[in-house]
Design a protein around this ligand. Structure first.
Ligand code: ADP
Ligand code: MG
Length: 334
């Protein structure tokens, strides 16, 4: 049974960035306005995320890492109604099967913080010889999740990683996406032992400022805002996209569907197509797009490594969005 869990976990979490994405989403769902991320050895040695969200009830800590049982525990309200998304109640469980997982958390109601260690889906002793119970400790409201030695017990997976810096770039890219999208939330992401933060965004920053901080000013100065909604297809979209003055080497697409960072090759293709008539040959756009669709119409391809999303009336919706972008590009003096 444990081997099965370990294999399942290794398929959901293929690289450190996959674990971190789940942890970021949990922290954001918990209503946090501050996320601090620390990474060591591309996330293989350490992934730590500290938030100031609602915290986890002490009584919930015992089942926190049991598969499927936890989906949104007591202290949690499902704010985002992403009911159709995959991986429900699986992230922490999976991580606990393939890494050393420590959780320190405090709710507003609790007089102290609680710290617990998990292994194989269950509470484990914090120190050898101790019992496997959460221990009271000092701490502020919120949650700190520490993931150490990811894939320590999956040697084949571990061997597949060539360089820590490659894994760190994937992490920085993912954190950067959420740092742009999550208005009202401060983000920091840094490598352990390095003074400066790789990513640092204050809670008050606008989306345009966020793009300036995470990406660069050359892009941020050339952005057009757009907005489009349609009742028939049950969606609304808005975003910031580069204008015809900007011509990048590769397409940057920050795509959010119902506030989750997702991939869509269909949208990427359509966007590139739209820009091809405005940019010099080979020039690529920068696109931040936040799409909200009735969750009942969204289907996440749960093949864990792909994280591709499909939704009803995809062609029509994508055309409406690209049509709006086309109009904006055409109407701006360049
Ligand atoms: P899911 O998010 O799909 O429910 P997870 O394994 O990612 O499953 O998390 C399990 C539960 O643990 C969440 O539903 C939530 O109640 C709680 N949780 C996880 N991380 C946090 C956090 N940072 N702050 C508050 N609660 C959290
Ligand atoms: Mg989760």
């Amino acid at each position: 049974e444990d081997v099965v869990n370990k294999i399942a976990a290794g398929e959901i979490i293929v690289a450190p960035v996959h674990a971190l994405k789940e942890l970021i989403e949990n922290a954001v769902d918990a209503g946090s306005t501050s996320l601090e991320i620390l990474v060591k050895d591309g996330g293989l040695k350490l992934l730590q995320i500290t938030d100031n969200g609602c915290g986890i009830d002490k009584d919930d800590m015992v089942i926190l890492c049991e598969r499927f049982t936890t989906s949104k525990l007591k202290s949690f309200e499902d704010l985002t109604s992403i009911g159709t998304y995959g991986f429900r109640g699986e992230a922490l469980a999976s991580i606990s099967h393939i890494a050393h997982l420590t959780v320190t958390t405090k709710t507003a109601e609790s007089s102290c913080a609680w710290k617990a260690q998990y292994a194989g889906g269950k509470l484990a002793p914090l120190k050898p010889g101790q019992n496997a119970e959460p221990k009271a400790c000092a701490g502020r409201q919120g949650t700190q999740i520490t993931v150490e030695d990811l894939f320590y017990n999956v040697p084949t997976r571990r061997r597949a990683f060539r360089s820590a810096s490659e894994e760190y770039s994937k992490i920085a890219e993912q954190v950067g996406k959420y740092a742009v999208h999550c208005k009202g939330v401060a983000f920091s992401c840094k490598k352990h032992g390095e003074a400066g933060a790789g990513i640092a965004v204050p809670a008050t920053a606008t989306v345009r400022d966020r793009i300036r901080m995470v990406h660069n000013s050359a892009i941020a100065n050339e952005l057009i805002a757009f907005e489009v909604a349609n009742e028939q297809y049950g969606f609304k979209a808005d975003g910031l996209v580069s204008n015809a003055n900007y011509s990048g080497k590769r397409t940057t697409l920050l795509l959010f569907i119902n506030h989750r960072s997702v991939e869509s090759s269909a949208i990427k293709r359509a966007v590139e197509q739209t820009y091809s008539m405005f940019l010099p040959k080979g020039g690529k756009p920068f696109v931040y797009l936040s799409l909200e669709i009735d969750p009942a119409r969204v289907d996440v391809n749960v093949h864990p490594t792909k994280r591709e999303v499909n939704f009803l009336n995809e062609d029509e919706i994508v055309e409406l969005i690209c049509g709006e972008v086309r109009t904006r590009l055409g109407s701006v003096d360049t």
